[in-house]
Structures are given as C-alpha cells and as structure tokens.
Design a protein around this ligand. Structure first.
Ligand code: DGJ
Length: 545
C-alpha cells in the first residue's frame, strides 16, 4: 500500500514541467519544519558540485571541464560569475559567459547555481571590475587600525553597495529573461566567504562613525523580541554586557573581538541584503550567503569575522531577511555539528563547499537524511572525475524521489562507520539498528568508510542503500515476550523513477551476519541482517518471533 503511495508520489515528482499551468519560480518551501527546494513546481534534491574558481573564466575553458563533470553524475553545478566579466565597463553588461554556461548546462541536463563573485570573494575584492578597482576614492576600501588600505571594498560605502547591487540586478533581470521558463538556474550564492581578519573591524572614517552610533533599532528590537530563541552563545555574549536594548555597539557587545564581529556582521549582512533585494526585485529565486568556518570551531582568529557564522546567525537573519539561507563551507571540524549549527533558527541547510572523497560521500548521506540538506556540493568538483563520487551520485539520483518523500531524522536515517568508529547504532520507527563497518569484524581492506541510508517503507520494511557496512535490526521495545527480529525476506535491486525494481532475492549467505545466536538473542537480534560490500540497494521486510 505504502509502496504504491510512494510510486504515485515519485510519478508526481517526475511529471514534465509542461503539465504545470503557471509555473512558480524556484523557491524554498517549508512544510512541518522540513525545507525543500522547489524547481519547476516539484521538490528537487540538489546533488551538486562546485567548479574551481576560474572554470568560468572563459566559455572555452568551461567547455573543457564537461567531460569530467559528466563522470560525476551531478544534477547541479555551482559555478562562479564574476562582476568584472559581467560589467567590464560601468553600465555596460556582457552576458556572453552567462548565456553560454546556461546553454552548456541545458545540453548536459544539469541545473545551475551561480556564485556571484561581486564585491568580495574570500574576503578580498579581486573580482571587482577595473573601473571600481581603479577608483578607490569613489569606491572606498576597508582600512586597518593604522590607516592601511586593504584590498577589500568597505561595507560602509553607499557607492560600493549601489554599484554591486546595480550589477547584480542587471544579471538577475537577464537570467529571468532567458531562463524563467526553463529554470536551469535554480539558486544564487551572493558574494563568497565574506568577512575580515579574525576579530578586527574596518577603521575607515565611515566605519568609525558607524561604530560610535547607536545600534540600529531593527537589531535592538530583534534582540528584545527574540531573546528566548537567540543562538545561546550569542545571547550569552549580549547578556554578559547587560542585555541592553539601546546604546552603542561597544555598550551592547563590548569593544572586544566578538563585539567587532557582531558589528561587522550586521554591516556585511545589510550590504548583502541590499544586493539580494535588488536581485530579487528582478527575479526572486533562492539566494544564500556562504561562510568560511575556521579550522578550530569558534576560534575567532581562525576565520574571517563578519561572515554568516552560527554565532551571528541572528544578526544576519535580522539584517538580511532577504536571504533564504546562510550556508557553511565545511572543510574542517565536526561535520554534523556544523549541520546542526546551520539548521538552527529554521535555516535551510545548503552546503556549497565541502570535500567529495569517500568520507565526504558518507557525510552527504548524513547531510541529506539526518539534517535535511537541500544541496551538498564538493568544491573543485571537476577534479573528482574517476573517483567513487561518480557512481555514488548516480545512485543518489535514483534515490532522490524516495529521499524527497521522507522526513529527515525520522522516516529516513543515515549512518557512517569507519575504522575509527566501527560500530554505530541508530533508531528508525520501532527498530534499533546495529551498524558495523565491513562484515562480522572483517573490515574492508584499503577502504576508509562504510555508510548506509535507511528509508522507511512500511512499519516493518525498509529500503537500504549501503556500502562496506552490515546492519542488524531489533525492536526498541521487545515487550514482555522478549520478541526477536528476523528477516522475512530481502531483495537486492535498484530504483527507477522512484519505483523499486527487485533484481534477486537474497535470503541465504547474503543475510548471515552473526552466528553467535545466543548472544544475538539477548539483544533481540536473530543473527540475520543486511550486508553491503560494493554500494547497492536492498529492500528488507522484518518480522518477530
Ligand atoms: C573556499 C572558497 O570559497 C573557494 O572559492 C575556494 O577558494 C576554496 N576555499 C579553495 O579551497
């Protein structure tokens, strides 16, 4: 019954766009706390990769990376668009590269998320056009404490924000005109990893004036009305300075590295919010800002301050409500910790940059199935051609309709195991699942991880996608009769257009996980379970005796 329901849902998910009456622009929808990216009026799981920075430096070069991209089987490419190429002379726009990339992507059947390298890329303003770079009097730079000019456009300049917003608006107007019907472009990242060196602030005259001014009312009102739900670390910092709702930045947050970070964050967010607003007035598709997160979690010296970090998430949400999400570039630290931090305050999880090695693939499953990620995207994706991400992404594309019709962390779970953590457990529905790296204590040679994605079908049946992992199910509550869970039957197969296609039944050696029956009995396990070496999908029905 439920299988039929999912088949129907999958079919709905795959209906051609031409069936839609008036198609809405790509957007993010939230239902019962679960955020979904909607493209061509259907939920869309962005199985993505970000190109290296200069891939779009010419159409010819861009063309040269498609053979590599084809091997990755991604459905979304994140690719930069640079202000200096889009507006080489003030007010004169050149969309040759934009149009070319869109037509290449359409030919390849891939969606695009453009990265607007406008005022800043990794803190600096290297992609600003020459007419901006050559006129620092009109387009002022950030000044350090000693009056040194840093190659970063100052956020405290109306000229800067107007110029960037004007170019971005023209770009979005153009994208709308060429793409609103087709929806090849599904999201925009606005700027890239903004901020200034850890714990410092801009010391230009305009910045000093802003620092001495009262904290704007929109932020003090926000602090007052959101006090209970503020990010705990941010709230604690504000309360340490007396939880004031009026006064200067130094009075509210201290003349401290954190105070500087909050001050710079507000002004970066205002600036980027204005750029986003200008773009959305032309074409409102999902837009996000990404953050460099430090090598050490929350060590202020280790990341550019002012960017959309969890500590200042409230500041960003207050000052730039036009943004659909703030997003982590996750190269370091506790991956799931970052996912949790970036799903606070209802923030949809989009991971524009991360790693795509074998460990990264397990993390992709965790991101989608545990944390409801809308997009997972390793950086420098063309460099991964020939690696396991290719077949992994092909599998994920098959699984996408099933992922999209389940609730992350509830009716869908993921787990990663490896030599450091060979045993993990999780719960799904009424079941407890023992997950082991490899098979019966034999860890795979030369492999670094195992992973599984568990998708609930009925109460007692599951689709499981796994690699280098074995799983045994038992009841969370065995009841008075000490019920044991066995495998009723198990099939190996694949998913086509969201529908399960069994290939063979595997009820023999392939489900023998543990011959220590007496010990297994004590845990409510039968000794039967699922085993995965090479990646694959199995459908299992469980029963009790
Ligand atoms: C993070 C930046 O956002 C990217 O543009 C790129 O520079 C990578 N770092 C390189 O690792």
């Amino acid at each position: 019954m439920r299988r039929a329901f999912f088949a129907f849902l999958a079919a709905a998910v795959l209906l051609p766009a031409s069936f839609a009456a008036a198609q809405s622009a790509p957007h993010i929808e939230k239902t019962d706390g679960v955020a979904r990216l909607i493209v061509e009026d259907r939920p869309f799981l962005s199985i993505a990769g970000e190109s290296s920075n200069s891939a779009s430096g010419s159409l010819a070069y861009m063309e040269s990376i498609w053979p590599a991209l084809r091997q990755i089987h991604l459905n979304t490419l994140l690719v930069p668009l640079c202000w200096d190429m889009v507006e080489p002379r003030e007010g004169e726009f050149d969309f040759t590269v934009v149009d070319g990339i869109i037509s290449q992507a359409r030919r390849e059947g891939v969606k695009l998320s453009f990265l607007w390298f406008g005022s800043w890329k990794n803190m600096v303003s290297s992609y600003a056009p020459s007419w901006v770079k050559l006129n620092p009097r009109r387009f002022p730079l950030l000044q350090d404490k000693n009056g040194g000019q840093i190659q970063m456009l100052s956020v405290f300049s109306d000229n800067n924000v107007k110029a960037d917003a004007g170019a971005f608006a023209a770009l979005m107007r153009h994208i709308r005109s060429v793409d609103a019907a087709e929806q090849t472009v599904i999201m925009m990242q606005v700027e890239n990893e903004v901020g200034y060196t850890g714990g410092e602030r801009d010391w230009s005259d305009a910045a000093r004036k802003a620092w001495r001014s009262a904290v704007p009312k929109e932020l003090t009102d926000y602090l007052r009305t959101h006090r209970e739900s503020l990010i705990p670390e941010f709230r604690a910092h504000w309360e340490r300075f007396g939880a004031r709702t009026s006064g200067s930045w130094a009075e509210l947050f201290g003349d401290t590295p954190e105070g500087n970070e909050i001050f710079m964050s507000y002004h970066y967010a205002k600036y980027i919010g204005a750029v986003v607003a200008a773009g959305k007035r032309e074409y409102a598709i999902p837009m996000f800002a990404n953050a460099a997160i430090g090598r050490q979690d929350r060590k202020i010296a280790s990341y550019p301050c002012g960017g959309p970090l969890p500590f200042v998430m409230d500041v960003w949400q207050c000052a730039a409500p036009q943004l659909d999400a703030i997003s982590p570039d996750i190269y370091y630290g506790d991956f799931e910790g970052h996912c949790r931090a970036y799903t606070q305050n209802g923030n949809p999880l989009i991971i524009p940059e991360t790693r795509g090695d074998d460990v990264g693939l397990g993390k992709a499953l965790l991101a989608y199935a545990e944390h409801g990620a809308l997009c997972f995207s390793p950086f420098g994706i063309e460099g991964y051609a020939g690696r396991s991400i290719g077949s992994f992404y092909a599998d994920l594309q098959q699984l996408a309709p099933m992922i999209l019709s389940r609730i992350p962390g509830k009716t869908m779970r993921a787990v990663m195991v490896g030599s450091d953590t060979p045993v993990q457990t999780l719960e799904i529905g009424k079941y407890h699942v023992l997950c082991e790296y490899g098979h019966r204590g034999n860890q795979p040679a030369g492999e670094t991880v195992g992973y599984a994605l568990i998708l609930q079908d009925e109460d007692d049946s599951f689709y499981v996608y796994g690699r280098n992992i074995s799983l045994q199910f038992s009841l969370v509550d065995r009841g008075r009769n000490k019920l044991v869970t066995g495998i009723l039957d198990c099939e190996e197969g694949f998913i086509e257009n969201g529908v399960w296609k069994p290939f063979r039944r595997i009820n023999g050696d392939q489900i023998m996980n543990d011959y220590s029956f007496a010990a297994a009995y004590l845990d409510g396990r039968s000794g039967n379970g699922l085993r995965f070496g090479q990646a694959g999908v199995q459908y299992v029905r469980l029963y009790q005796y």
